[in-house]
Design a protein around this ligand. Structure first.
Ligand code: PMP
Length: 456
């Protein structure tokens, strides 16, 4: 046998042995999952993971493997365990779909589970839809978006935040969701890590999971004002950490971080050379004290924006990201592979929508949110008044409360709310959206009160 044949046979045997060990690991992981479920423990235990990571890194040193390689392999194994132990969680979307099917059967439901403004897009959008055919914006186009549109977005962003943003720093995407997906999957490699502060919109974790990227969650609490500590963040960073995801005003809590804390987080990110993915789609609905991550002029920041909430254009699927042009180029490469370009007619319509004054939208959402806040206080829900966005994230002071069971029960009484567990380890929470007219919001909160306090 030639040398290479012999070596290849050895490689095969080792690989097969590794697969057998993986099988053992999977079986044990299943058993641990069942025990965790019985004890009501959460799936990820960062302290355990950290202790194993230390052992792995020390072994890498001892036997002479690059620590990065060892850590990546460990992340693959940890991710597998999370997948094995995860049970399907109910999110705002699963409740929404259930509510929709009940409606098809004739049931009336008040929708306080999704974040979709109930008012129409600006009227200029209607005119733009009518004229786009004749204007001829109907062909294939640039992967990054129509130059004219990107120019307008760059101008708007520059003026809004008093910074210099140029056309090449912008990519137009079919919604901020896709911009988030592009940023996470093109900038971070499988086995690398990102930090997500919970409670969080579920897509950040979902995008990472599809790409085999490990998520480090930092749990923030109502008791701590939904603020992460700098110690928590520093403790979550290691040599494989590549990105931190921020979302302020936050979905679901409505929180905006105090300026000093955001400064400190940016400082840590810069010192550790992390990407900062800042999802700012609720910027339109910030009620004071909010600052864009763009104002830090940090090269490795990526800010996602959307017309969904600010212009009530959810169904148009149009958003964008602002970053350094080299980062935008990377994102554009994947976007070109996935979808060639964003629909030109929709880009034209959004370009026109930029002319609209959306101040009324902010006032509208704020007054709706005020209705929900007032009722929630009367009912005695435990929550922090939101600094922005269009939700309250409320804890129910009842030991055996299960937000998912409760959300399903509420559907029987004609109200849809989002279970807290869709946003992280928050079983005793529900998210209530203020995206209906005031009468419906009041009726919805009355249903919630009756069901919660046992009169129904
Ligand atoms: N980011 C956050 C925080 C959201 O809540 C949502 C939608 N609910 C999105 C992004 C998605 O926005 P888009 O419709 O632009 O994809």
């Amino acid at each position: 046998m030639s040398d290479i044949e012999e070596l290849r046979n050895k490689i095969d045997a080792i690989t097969l042995e590794m697969i057998k060990l993986l099988k053992n690991r999977i079986e044990i992981s299943k058993e641990i999952g069942a025990i965790k479920k019985d004890l009501g423990l959460s799936i990820t235990d960062e302290t355990r993971e950290e202790s194993l990571r230390k052992k792995v890194l020390s072994l890498c040193k001892d036997i002479g493997i690059e620590e990065k390689t060892g850590a990546r392999f460990l992340n693959f194994l940890l991710d597998e365990s999370v997948k094995i132990q995860s049970t399907k969680k109910q999110t705002h979307l699963s409740i929404f779909l259930k509510a929709k099917s009940l409606e098809e059967q004739g049931k009336k439901i008040i929708h306080m589970e999704v974040g979709e403004p109930d008012f129409l897009p600006p009227t200029i959008v209607k005119k733009a839809l009518e004229e786009v055919y004749d204007k001829g914006f109907i062909k294939y186009g640039h992967a990054k978006g129509m130059p004219k549109f990107r120019e307008a977005l760059a101008k708007k962003t520059s003026e809004q935040y008093e910074i210099y943003v140029k056309q090449d720093d912008i990519i137009v995407c079919p919604g901020a969701r896709f911009a988030v997906f592009l940023a996470i999957t093109t900038l971070v490699n499988p086995g690398d890590e990102i930090i997500v502060l919970e409670p969080a919109w579920p897509a950040y974790k979902d995008c990472a999971a599809t790409a085999g990227i490990k998520v480090r969650t930092i749990k923030t609490t109502l008791e701590n004002n939904w603020e992460p500590s700098i110690k928590q963040i520093e403790g979550a960073i290691n040599s494989n950490t590549k990105m931190i995801v921020l979302n302020y005003p936050n979905n679901p809590t409505g929180k905006v971080l105090p300026q000093k804390l955001l400064d400190d987080i940016m400082d840590i990110a810069m010192k550790n050379d992390l990407y900062v993915l800042s999802d700012e789609i609720y910027a339109q609905y910030s009620y004071g004290g909010w600052k864009s991550v763009l104002s830090y002029n940090y090269k490795k920041s990526i800010v996602t924006q959307s017309f969904s909430k600010s212009h009530s254009m959810t169904g148009f699927r149009i958003g964008y990201a602002v970053s350094d042009s080299q980062i935008i180029d990377k994102m554009a490469k994947l976007q070109a592979i996935c979808l060639t370009n964003v629909s030109e007619p929709i880009q034209y319509v959004a370009l026109q929508a930029l002319q609209a004054d959306t101040t009324d939208n902010s006032n509208n959402v704020k007054s709706k949110l005020d209705v929900v806040i007032k009722k929630a206080k009367e009912i005695g829900l435990d929550f922090i008044e939101p600094d922005g966005a269009m939700y309250i994230f409320a804890k129910i002071k009842n030991e055996s409360f299960d937000g998912t069971e409760f959300s399903n029960k509420l559907l029987d009484y004609g109200l849809a709310v989002a279970p807290g567990e869709g946003f992280g380890d928050y079983k005793d929470f529900i998210r209530i959206s203020a995206c209906q007219d005031e009468k419906k919001l009041t009726d919805g909160m009355d249903i919630l009160d009756n069901v919660l306090n046992g009169t129904k």
